[in-house]
Design a protein around this ligand. Sequence first.
Ligand code: NAI
Ligand code: MG
Length: 346
Amino acid sequence: NKYKIAVIPGDGIGKEVIEAALAVLDALASAGGSFVLDYEHFDWSSERFKTTGSYMPDSFLDVLQPKDAIFFGAVGDPTVPDHISLWSLLLPIRQRFQQYANVRPIRVLKGIKSPLADCKPGDLDWVIVRENSEGEYAGQGGRTHQELAIFSRHAIRRIFRFAFEVAEKRPRKLLTFVTKSNAQRSGMVLWDEVAYEVAKEYPHVTMDKMLVDAMTTRMVLRPESLDTIVATNLHADILSDLAAALAGSIGIAPTSNLDPTRRAPSMFEPVHGSAPDISGKGIANPIAAFWTAAEMLDWLGEKADAKLLMEAIESVCGRGILTKDLGGSANTAEVTDAVCTAIKES
Ligand code: NAI
Ligand code: MG
């Protein structure tokens, strides 16, 4: 099958890891993959902003709408305030396309050591579902320093339904919902209320509730007690960075911004940012971008190739070909070549 993909590498290591991921996707396609990707590249980035005054054209929705998916690197530049860069590129795409489900699978891959001492394979295997359209990142507020979080019944209900569907398809059928309804007494109380309402539609899924602060300790101390997790925009943002670190590095974690109705294209990106501290050195870990590519193929329906790509990634990690953030000494190109070779040999 043939798919139209918008490629937006963005800034910093976003450019490096997207280039690496395109090489891996090429290897997969030419090794008998059942898909063809028709790329269109966009230079939407901080560099474009500094020369033209905007990150992307006003017509970005029309430009992206006909695509089957968007493959995104990262945005952020030391010379541009982060709230400007994020709100000029990534957040408008997520929100205007109503990519309301941000899905962040994470697990300890073969060959990668978790910083948790007794973490056995399979102990940490989670899917974090993040509400991606409103909440604390609704973008409402003003220069008199209010920041308004928005929680609507409609948006809470749809993210819970989505999270239950994810949980239901996993062997353990366990959904933990994260809240802070003891301190945040309006929106978060509605969040809890809708959780129990929607739970009635999914009697085969076990649901439990955690306050976000206690959730951090449970993730560290009892990772095996968790499976699917649903949380607000802010809470899930923070918990998913913790999750990535517990699985070895922020450099491995993928994320999908999905419009489950499929009316708009969905967007796939690594969890990490542009990492200015290591950008330009060729040492960024490309695994997050590879795993992201696998998530994109899976969403497009190319499940066999997605699986093959994950197996190639794990075989390379299992052989100890790792970047510095994972305790190895390989650079981006070496990991990329190894994954391409593993694909060809599989
Ligand atoms: P970051 O994720 O860019 O970096 C955090 C730390 O992790 C750094 O020490 C970095 O070197 C390391 N790291 C990240 N990805 C890595 C990889 N693939 N391989 C090896 N090491 C990796 O987050 P930070 O430093 O908070 O933000 C830097 C810039 O990125 C900021 O401008 C921020 O706004 C932006 N950002 C953008 C995101 C996006 O586009 N989705 C997400 C997070 C941050
Ligand atoms: Mg984040």
